[in-house]
Design a protein around this ligand. Structure first.
Ligand code: KG4
Ligand code: ZN
Length: 341
């Protein structure tokens, strides 16, 4: 089966082509094209939905054309079109959904609607060079700019939401702190860079609800804790900024580790799967690897390559293959509020 996937939930325009068949445990990536309007949003310190949607319109056709260029006869070779239907920004989502519907109508192909959050998880089911099979049960942690969710997967069909953030997402905590420290948007990568080399957790920011008896998260208090520190300093020295970045990372990652491994131990997970933009962070990846060795050596940890952590269409194609629910193009619509069932 060959799938063309389209992802336009936020500020990235993605199209990808994958190939996989019934017995395959991972999908083979034939092409993966991403255009981003991030530099425009950096200027405004955040995403302006109308601007993001307008950029989606500009990029969508060239991005799809480029992704399809790997096929000799796309119309004949494509079996289905996968598209992100939510969650996301309504204007951005509509561009991808309506384009997918148009292609499906013109080429007479079925559509597979995909939840963006499942996409982040399924970025791990794309073939890489040294491939290891992901065994169930798996505990998946989605850490992106908009979401922080823990999910239990007993199989591809049996996926259960365990908990999520009550307020800000992990990535949002980075981005909002970045604004307080005058860093560029999105701040995650720069915070990682600035924290490098710092060895002491000077500020010991709170670890919100780390010991609560559930799998929920809450990161909104962190920006207030950072703000308090920023207000205390007369001049924010380079060293202060670096120390704050390091302490923020430690606080957020401690909570993510504790909750994920509590779930993994409780549900006897054989695999721990990370996804989403924050999973691109090298420190986070290292901590999860070490924690697995120290606390749950029977499990294996999986993290997508960096380019597959942030928004892309390859992950949408993978999710579509393993949760293949083909529908006619008339049956789908964008749903910005889509979440887990
Ligand atoms: O998954 P993603 O591309 O978009 C959403 O679906 O939200 O995630 C973007 C988020 C941003 O908040 C960004 O600051 C964060 O991922 N991020 C990082 C890193 N790279 C991106 N956070 C921490 N460290 C990084 N290296
Ligand atoms: Zn995302």
């Amino acid at each position: 089966m060959t799938i063309l996937a389209i992802e336009t939930s936020c500020d990235e325009t993605g199209a990808a082509v994958i190939k996989a068949d019934g017995a395959d445990t991972k999908v083979r990536l034939l092409s993966n094209v991403v255009a981003t309007s991030l530099s425009l949003h950096a200027k405004t310190g955040g995403i302006i939905p109308e601007v993001a949607a307008r950029e989606q319109v500009k990029y969508i056709i060239p991005v799809i054309e480029k992704a399809l260029a790997v096929l000799k006869n796309p119309q004949k070779e494509i079996d289905a079109i996968a598209v992100t239907v939510g969650p996301g920004l309504i204007g951005s989502l509509l561009v991808g959904v309506e384009t997918a519907k148009t292609i499906a109508y013109a080429w007479d192909k079925p559509i597979i609607p995909v939840n963006h959050l499942f996409g982040h998880i399924y970025a791990n089911w794309i073939k890489t060079e040294n491939d290891i099979e992901i065994e169930f049960p798996a505990v998946a942690l989605i850490v992106s700019g908009g979401h922080t969710d823990l999910v239990l997967m007993n199989s591809h069909q049996e996926i259960k939401w365990l908990g999520g953030t009550r307020d800000d997402a992990a990535g949002e905590a980075f981005d909002k702190t970045g604004r307080l420290l005058n860093l560029s948007y999105p701040a995650g990568p720069e915070i990682e860079k600035l924290a490098k080399g710092v060895e002491k957790d000077v500020y010991r920011f709170p670890r919100p609800i780390i010991d609560s008896n559930d799998f929920d998260f809450s990161f909104s208090g962190l920006k207030t804790a950072v703000l308090r520190e920023v207000q205390k300093q007369k001049v924010l020295s380079e060293e202060n900024v670096k120390d704050i970045c390091y302490s923020l990372q430690e606080a957020v990652f401690d909570v993510l580790l504790k909750k994920t491994f509590t779930a993994a131990i409780k549900y006897h997970a054989k695999s721990i799967v990370l996804g989403g933009g924050v999973a691109a962070n090298q420190v986070l990846r290292g901590k999860f690897e070490q924690y697995t060795i120290d606390h749950l050596p029977s499990a294996k940890i999986f993290v997508p390559t960096k380019s597959l952590c942030t928004d892309n269409a390859a992950m949408i194609a993978a999710a579509a293959f393993f949760n293949d629910k083909k529908v006619r193009w008339q049956k789908i619509s964008a749903n910005p509020e889509l979440y887990f069932d």
